[in-house]
Design a protein around this ligand. Structure first.
Ligand code: NAD
Ligand code: WQD
Length: 344
């Protein structure tokens, strides 16, 4: 019988790609999402890609009874992947309580319900944001956690601690915290991808929308940083590679292969790319010219961060495989698909 996995936030950007990989690897998926930042028709697209329609429940993770009812309706859920969260850094500064409530209470509800329903393990979406500006690069999992730059970042730090404290208190559950670097790109079918609300705050959706003519010009936030070309450096990880890391992590939990009950892994490529390098790679891999200008620095930006992914490479047997060129082509194909569908 297929193992049942609940994916909270499964119609979202990273969640939808992960549902595809879970189904391709023989898992049965139940999606829970309140659709606050995604669309119900993502379920149709997942079915188109995999030939399997995942169960979908429009439930808010903040609703304890509603979540309880989902576990009762689908008995035998063995694992949870918890993507459901609010993620806009700027908005979190303006509405901290909304972020603290949504991101923290959702996790608490899930952690309380897991033992009640015999769920063995949880994979939690954490972020490289917990490292702030690391003193040593590439950054390993043992690097110190820096004071969070935003309420959003703080929710990731707090949630990691909540998971560890819960397990330390004797809760019978297992956990893997995945610290994502910068997820980008879309499924090669262009049937699922990132759908930002309003004006994108992140680089890739702004870039592809500019290339499409939806935005006039991409601003490169700063070219006078202490980096080889002066622009900021990040570790851009292809969303499908990232999705695959979740399947491997879930196998590890359910097969009882963990070294500790709560583990943490960096999920990145190990390669840092500057904003200007990324723009060049986009132009050369897609043949599309980009209108951009150098603009002032963005407040609060980390200058440079990239992962040491060797722990995930060696211990999980997972590695980022996709080239930045293929990744950027997938992002562009998705933007073209949105235009063809009349969505954007
Ligand atoms: P997303 O907004 O596309 O997906 C999150 C999904 O959760 C959405 O479908 C949203 O509708 C849903 N959701 C939010 N609150 C909910 C609630 N209370 N109940 C039920 N559903 C709820 O975001 P994403 O980029 O796919 O990110 C997924 C996770 O990964 C988040 O936890 C995010 O913080 C984390 N993360 C993202 C990035 C990134 O750059 N995208 C980087 C590091 C970590
Ligand atoms: C990438 C680079 C910008 C837009 C944020 C969150 C972080 C994580 C991922 C979840 C930076 C530059 C951007 C633009 C630009 N999310 N840029 N022009 O800042 O690494 O991280 O998303 O956990 O928590 O803070 O990602 O995509 O915003 O920026 O020059 O219009 O692109 O300065 O160097 P960031 P980003």
């Amino acid at each position: 019988m297929k193992k049942r996995i609940l994916v909270a936030g499964g119609t979202g950007y990273i969640g939808s790609h992960t549902v595809v990989e879970l189904q391709n690897n023989g898992y049965e998926v139940i999606i829970v999402d309140n659709l606050s930042n995604s669309r119900a028709d993502v379920v149709d697209s997942i079915e188109q890609i995999t030939g399997i329609r995942p169960a979908f429940e429009k439930v808010d993770c903040l609703d304890y009874e509603g979540m309880d009812a989902v576990f009762t309706k689908y008995p035998g859920i063995e694992g949870i992947i918890h993507f459901a969260a609010s993620k806009a850094v700027g908005e979190s500064v303006e509405k901290p309580l909304l972020y603290y409530r949504n991101n923290i209470v959702s996790l608490i509800n899930i952690l309380e319900l897991m033992p009640k329903h015999g769920v063995k393990g949880i994979i939690f979406s954490s972020s490289c944001t917990v490292y702030g500006q690391p003193d040593v690069l590439p950054v390993t999992e043992s690097a110190p956690i820096k004071k969070a730059e935003s309420p959003y970042g703080n929710t990731k730090q707090i949630n990691e601690e909540i998971i560890d404290d819960t397990i330390a208190s004797g809760s019978p559950i297992k956990a893997i915290k995945l610290r994502y670097f910068n997820p980008i790109g879309a499924h090669p079918t262009a049937l699922i991808g990132e759908l930002p609300n309003g004006v994108p705050q992140n680089l890739i959706p702004y870039l592809t929308q500019t290339a499409m003519g939806i935005r006039e010009k991409l601003s490169v936030f700063g070219d006078d940083y202490d980096t080889p070309d002066g622009s900021c450096i990040r570790d851009y990880i292809y969303v499908v590679d990232l999705a695959k890391a979740h399947v491997i992590a879930m196998n590890r939990i359910l097969d009882g292969k963990q070294k500790q009950a709560s583990e943490v892994f960096n999920v990145g490529t190990g390669r840092g790319l500057s904003v200007l390098e990324l723009i060049n790679a986009f132009e050369s891999s897609t043949g599309v010219k980009l209108n951009y200008q150098i603009a002032p620095r963005r407040a609060g930006d980390i200058v440079k961060v990239w992962a040491d992914p060797s722990y995930a490479n060696n211990e999980l047997g997972w590695k980022a495989e996709t080239s930045i060129e293929d990744t950027l082509r997938s992002a562009w194909k998705w933007q073209v698909h949105l235009r063809e569908k009349g969505i954007m």
